[in-house]
Design a protein around this ligand. Structure first.
Ligand code: FAD
Length: 451
């Protein structure tokens, strides 16, 4: 409490009661943005230097570039090359204030949000909180597998993988060794496919060098997908090429197959197949995450928040939702917009223009999404691209994928680091970050120990 009072003097804040988060009194309309992912940051960029006070709240002090999480997980990149501190991002933006806080509840009647650090009042509230891993109610899978939704997940996967490979060298039990060196990835969307490709290359190029005592056949990679094709949202050409690329890399792709149970040692599928594996990476689904307080009748499939064409949450006058969390349902898009970075960025930018109009009592234009196409890579030098009517695969698709991703990463230094790492690995197939810095413990073992 004392600390808060001291801050309130130095910051000339508007705090009247002690549980308010300190913010300067600018007398400008206050736009509170919850979440600094692709959508939230695009909105910040639109509102910087404008006649509004922008308050960005995030539970992390950094933005993360999720499309490259799998490269951190497979030791190709260091975590700090794909995360970027918010305070650095907003450097010099005099009307933008960042506060590290997790938003827990929205109280629309009083235009207030409650966070784990205190409350904040708003004139306009924008929810851009993204999604979390969806295990579809399978507790055994949630407890024993790893999702890949943020940088901590990636580091957990990396440590699990390296520790299990080390343990495989220690054990004399053949069955145990098989379980330690088998990897199962669930979900044949872009994240699963990219992860499978990167792991297969690890197996092909790194394993023989680091563990010469093993044959490379010791590491089996399985990719399980519930429908009859990979990359279901892309073209047939992209799906079939991806399947071929993965099979060429010795990935065992199981289509029309779904996981029903996982005890940390053995995966069971719905058709009663079993796979011995101590490594299960779950990329099969996401669901919206957002603070309490939004009326349940506005929450739709995938735990997304239903918005009108202006991205305003239905039933509220000054609450908006953008990015993965927003479901703008129309005849043309009965499931809402795709949960991809492009949609999030476009919604963030659009809402920036829109809010400035709303503040001036002008009518905003309905949101229009421009689909710029989809790309996915399958190991090095191979990718698939669907760009409108143009559908291609191979080296040029991979080159395009690399350029697009490199240019999208926040921060010049990060781009340089990623570019350098990629250049080294392009010629050497080296992944230089195979360090076990911290001891990874499976969620289930931590839980059992604390019982
Ligand atoms: C492994 C993986 C690979 C992907 N690959 C691609 C790809 O190749 N191409 C593509 O277009 N898309 C890809 N995506 C999807 C893309 O990353 C998302 O569509 C995009 O991140 C959505 O942006 P967003 O701003 O809505 O949410 P996010 O980027 O998820 O940001 C949400 C932010 O909200 C914060 N937050 C959440 N809850 C709270 C709270 N209660 N209080 C405070 N802060 C909170 C989080 O810390 C986070 O910073 C991938 C996603 C994953 C997980």
């Amino acid at each position: 409490m004392k600390e808060k009072q001291t801050h309130s003097i130095t910051l000339e804040s508007t705090c009247k009661i002690t549980d308010e988060i300190c913010l300067p009194d600018t007398k400008l309309p206050r736009v509170v943005i919850v979440g600094g992912g692709f959508a939230g940051l695009a909105l910040v960029e639109k509102l910087k230097h404008k006649e509004v006070q922008v308050v960005l709240l995030d539970k992390n002090n950094f933005h993360q570039f999720q499309p490259l999480l799998y490269q951190v997980a497979t030791s190709a990149l260091e975590p700090d090359s794909i995360v970027f501190p918010f305070r650095k991002q907003i450097n010099g933006y005099k009307n933008v204030f960042f506060r590290l806080a997790e938003v827990e509840e929205i109280q629309p009647d009083s235009n207030t949000i409650l966070t784990n650090k205190g409350s904040v009042s708003y004139d306009y509230l924008v929810l851009a909180t993204g999604t979390t891993t969806n295990f579809f109610g399978m507790d055994s899978v949630a407890e024993n597998s790893l999702g890949m939704k943020d940088i901590r997940d990636s580091l957990n996967i990396r440590h699990m993988m390296l520790q299990n490979l080390e343990q495989a060298a220690i054990t004399c039990d053949d069955k145990e060794r098989d379980a330690l060196t088998n990897f199962v990835i669930v979900g044949g969307g872009p994240a699963g496919v990219e992860m499978a490709g990167a792991l297969a290359e690890f197996c092909k190029y790194i394993l023989p060098k680091d563990y010469p005592e093993y044959p490379s056949s010791i590491m089996n990679i399985y990719l399980i997908e519930a429908i009859d094709e990979l990359l279901g949202t892309m073209s047939d050409k992209a799906s079939s090429k991806t399947l071929k690329y993965l099979e060429d890399l010795n990935v065992k792709v199981l289509l029309n197959e779904a996981v029903s149970n996982y005890d940390g040692n053995e995966v069971t599928t719905k058709s009663d197949k079993t796979i011995l594996a101590k490594n299960l990476i779950w990329t099969a689904g996401v669901k919206g995450q957002f603070p309490n307080g939004i009326d349940e009748k506005h929450i739709v499939r995938g735990n997304r928040i239903k918005t009108d064409a202006n991205l305003k949450v239905e039933g509220y006058e000054n609450i908006f939702a953008i990015g993965d969390i927003a479901a703008l349902i129309s005849e043309e898009r009965p499931k809402g917009h795709p949960q991809v970075a492009q949609a999030a960025i476009q919604q963030g930018k659009w809402l920036g223009d829109s809010l400035l109009k709303i503040i001036k009592n002008e009518a905003p234009k309905p949101f229009e999404y421009k689909d710029k196409g989809s790309l996915a890579t399958v190991g090095k030098r191979k990718a698939v691209a669907d760009l409108g009517k143009m559908k291609f695969a191979g080296y040029f698709a991979w080159l395009l994928w690399s350029i697009v991703h490199l240019m999208s990463i926040s921060g010049f230094r990060n781009r340089l680091m990623v570019g350098f790492n990629w250049a080294v690995s392009y010629f050497t197939y080296e992944k230089s970050n195979r360090l076990i810095i911290r001891n990874f413990k499976p969620k289930s073992s931590v839980k059992n120990r604390t019982k």
